[in-house]
Design a protein around this ligand. Structure first.
Ligand code: CP
Ligand code: NVA
Length: 326
């Protein structure tokens, strides 16, 4: 059975904890560890319909540090759904590479690729989710604050792809999540419904007042007000989101030791001031570094699960700890 990583709601709590532990262990090992050639001969395909620095380069570095290689597939050359169907692309590409990371507009494209591919498909960002980002973020919280359980993370801004995946990652890993957004930019109803089904009894905490919303926060997190693909809305959004800018006075309302996170890239002076982004409490650079370590863990987990080393009887789903026995 091929395991994909298209949405966090499919991940088990133990699997999520296991992936974070493996990522932290890999970071501690450094690039030249006993695990460093585990993916020798394996190839990662990268299909990106939107720009990227962190996700693309950290995936390429990750597979390279594990002994494998990558092939970047520019979306305009592939012409997904135009030059050929998503199904044909997925079936053919599965013969050439061992795993595919895809950054696309519609989440449906990611799901359709996973349906037809015979290799693992990884969501490298869609309009509605960014699971690799959220898991690396929780890894950063564990590393810097020493725990995830009970940590209060307040996402200030748009209820976008990054916010949604972060909410799910918090639910899986025991952190308390709150969205602090303008009313019209709350999580969409269908996300709220899926969340309640996946996590019965867990409330999606939402506030529309930034000043009170950040009280008690251990982590203040923000992202751009205008995501890729929404550029024509940017003028209107700048006005609506202005009270949600993270500045020094908003940070002062959080817990005294609260840290600041941002997935980057940032629109400096819009969702966050230079003072906060470059300040003592900002951990955005180590946060970006952890994209590499989490993705190494993810590649090992997905590819080792799918390898001939896994006995047929247990070839379904195994947690990362079982792979490494740690
Ligand atoms: N945070 C993030 O995904 O960055 P990129 O868009 O540069 O990949
Ligand atoms: N919400 C942003 C995240 C970029 C990493 C976007 O989708 O453009």
């Amino acid at each position: 059975m091929v395991r994909h990583f298209t949405k966090l709601m499919e991940l088990g709590r133990d699997e999520a904890h296991g992936l974070i532990s493996l990522a932290l262990a890999l970071k501690q090992d450094g690039p030249l560890s006993h695990r460093s050639m585990r993916l020798a001969g394996r190839t990662l395909g990268l299909l990106f319909e939107k720009p990227s620095l962190r996700t693309r380069v950290s995936f390429e570095a990750a597979i390279s540090q594990l002994g494998g290689s990558s092939i970047f597939l520019p979306a305009k050359d592939v012409g997904l759904g135009v030059r050929e169907t998503v199904a044909d692309f997925a079936r053919v590409l599965s013969q050439y590479v061992d795993i595919l990371a895809v950054r696309t507009f519609s989440q449906d494209t990611v799901e359709e690729l996973a349906r037809y591919a015979t290799i693992p498909v990884v969501n490298a960002l869609s309009d509605s989710s960014h699971p690799c980002q959220a898991m690396a973020d929780l890894m950063t919280v564990q590393e810097i604050l020493g725990r995830m359980e009970g940590v209060r993370i307040v996402f200030v801004g748009d209820g976008n792809n990054v916010a949604r995946s972060l909410a799910v990652a918090c639910a899986l890993l025991g952190a308390e999540f709150r969205l602090c957004s303008p009313e019209a930019y709350n999580f969409p109803e269908e996300f709220r419904t899926r969340f309640s089904k996946r996590f019965p009894g867990l409330e999606l905490d939402v506030s529309h007042d930034p000043k009170t919303g950040v009280q008690g926060a251990d982590v203040i997190y923000t992202d751009v007000w205008t995501s890729m693909g929404q550029e024509e809305e940017s003028e209107a959004r700048r006005k609506i989101f202005a009270p949600f800018r993270v500045d020094e006075s908003l940070m002062a309302r959080a817990n005294p030791n609260a840290i600041f996170l941002h997935c980057l890239p940032a629109h400096r002076g819009e969702e966050v001031t230079d003072g906060v982004l470059d300040g003592q409490r900002s951990k955005v650079i180590p946060q970006a570094a952890n994209r590499l370590h989490f993705q190494k863990a993810l590649l090992l987990w997905l590819l080792e699960n799918d390898s001939a080393e896994v006995p047929a009887s247990s070839a379904s789903i195994r947690g990362p700890e079982e792979i490494w026995g740690e």
